[in-house]
Ligand binder design. Structure first.
Ligand code: HEM
Ligand SMILES: CC(C)=CCC/C(C)=C/CC/C(C)=C/COP(=O)(O)OP(=O)(O)O
Length: 303
C-alpha cells in the first residue's frame, strides 16, 4: 500500500492507537480554526513560536480527546461508530490512556506558556478542562443541552491562536468563538438525527433520543439564524473587509438553505437521511471555508 496516501500505515500499531485517542480527524478543524485566529491577529508572531502555539493547540485538543475516551470507554463500547476505538476494542488499558491524556495536557499548557504567554496558556487549559469536566464527565450523560454548553470547549481555539500572538482577547476573537459556539448544535444535531439509534442504545440523552426528531429539526433551524448573524457580524461591524463579507454571506446562504430543508422535513423509515447527511458534511466545509476566507481577507485587504 502507498504510505504517501495513508501515513498511518507506517506507524507501529501501538502508536496508531495513541494517535486514535487524540481524535485526529475532528482535531484537523480545531487546529485550523486556531491557526486562523493566530494568522488574523494584528500582531505578527515569530514563526517558530507561532508553529509551537499551534502544536500546543493540537496536543491540548488531543489530550482532551484521550481523556474523553478514557472516561467514556463504557459508552463507546455500546456504539457502532466508536466500538473499534483502542479502549473499547481492548487494544489498550485505561491506565495508559489516562497517563497519556494527563501528560499531554500538562505538556501542552506548559509549552504554550513558555512559548507564548499566560493568556493563551490559560484559555488552552480552560478548554481542556471544559471538554473533560463540563462536557464529558458532567453534562454528556445528563442533559440534551450537553453539546450546547459543553460544545463551548471546541469554540476556544481561535481565541487561543489570537491570544498566542497578541496576549489579549478582543471583539473579533470573541465573535469567532461565538460562530463556532452557535455552529456546534446544527453540526452535531444533523449527525445525531442519522445516528440516533447508536445514542439510544448507549443511553446517551442526545436531543433526538430525549425530545424526538421534530424538536431536533426545529432546534437546528433555530440555531442557524443567530449563527449566520454572528458569522456576518465581523464584516458588518467593519472588523474585516469585503472578501470575508462576501464569503460569509454566500456560505451562510447555503447553510441556511440546507438547514431549512432539514428543519422542515420529516423522515420516513429507510429514506437514507440524505439532507441531514448533506447538512452535516457541509457544516464541516462551511467552517473551513469561513475561517479560510477570514485569513484571505486579512492577507488581501488587511482590515
Ligand atoms: C460538543 C460538540 C461536538 C460534538 C458532540 C461533535 C460530534 C461529532 C461527531 C460524533 C462526529 C462524527 C464522527 C467522528 O467522531 O469522527 C463529528 C465529526 C466532525 N466534527 Fe464534530 N462535534 C462537536 C464539535 C466539533 C467542533 C468544535 C469541531 C471543530 C471546530 C468539530 C469538527 C468535526 C469534524 C472536522 C468532523 C469530521 C471528522 C471526519 O472527517 O470524520 N466538531 N463531530
Ligand atoms: C483546544 C481544545 C482542548 C479543544 C477542544 C476541542 C474539542 C475536543 C472539541 C469538541 C469536538 C468533539 C471531539 C466532539 C465529540 O464529542 P463526543 O466526545 O461526544 O464524541 P464521541 O462520541 O465521538 O466521543
Amino acid at each position: 500500500m502507498n504510505t504517501m496516501t495513508n501515513p498511518n500505515v507506517s506507524l507501529p500499531a501501538e502508536w496508531r492507537d495513541f494517535l486514535a485517542l487524540t481524535k485526529p480527524k475532528v482535531m484537523r478543524l480545531v487546529v485550523f480554526t486556531g491557526l486562523c485566529g493566530l494568522l488574523v491577529a494584528p500582531q505578527a508572531i515569530n514563526p517558530v513560536l507561532g508553529f509551537t502555539a499551534i502544536l500546543c493547540i493540537a496536543l491540548g485538543a488531543g489530550a482532551a480527546g484521550a481523556l474523553n475516551q478514557w472516561y467514556e470507554s463504557d459508552l463507546d463500547s455500546k456504539m457502532k461508530r466508536t466500538a473499534g476505538r483502542p479502549l473499547p476494542a481492548g487494544r489498550m488499558d485505561r491506565q495508559s490512556a489516562l497517563h497519556f491524556g494527563v501528560g499531554l495536557a500538562f505538556f501542552s499548557v506548559i509549552l504554550m506558556e513558555l512559548a507564548t504567554n499566560m493568556v493563551a496558556a490559560a484559555v488552552l487549559s480552560a478548554s481542556i478542562l471544559f471538554y473533560v469536566f463540563i462536557y464529558t464527565i458532567w453534562l454528556k450523560r445528563r442533559t440534551p443541552q450537553n453539546i450546547v454548553i459543553g460544545g463551548a470547549a471546541g469554540a476556544f481555539p481561535p481565541v487561543i491562536g489570537w491570544a498566542a500572538a497578541t496576549g489579549n482577547v478582543t471583539l473579533l476573537p470573541l465573535l469567532l468563538f461565538a460562530i463556532i459556539f452557535l455552529w456546534t448544535p446544527p453540526h452535531f444535531w444533523a449527525l445525531s438525527l442519522f445516528v440516533k439509534s447508536d445514542y439510544a442504545n448507549a443511553g446517551v440523552p442526545m436531543l433526538p433520543v430525549v425530545a424526538g426528531e421534530r424538536v431536533t429539526r426545529h432546534q437546528i433551524g433555530l440555531y442557524t439564524i443567530p449563527m449566520a448573524a454572528v458569522a456576518i457580524a465581523p464584516w458588518a461591524l467593519g472588523l474585516t473587509g469585503w472578501v470575508y463579507g462576501a464569503a460569509a454571506i454566500a456560505l451562510n446562504a447555503v447553510f441556511a438553505a440546507l438547514a431549512a430543508r432539514v428543519s422542515l422535513r420529516r423522515s420516513i423509515p429507510g429514506d437514507g437521511m440524505k439532507p441531514e447527511k448533506q447538512l452535516f458534511a457541509f457544516s464541516i466545509l462551511y467552517l473551513f471555508l469561513l475561517f479560510g476566507a477570514l485569513v484571505l481577507d486579512h492577507w488581501t485587504i488587511g482590515a
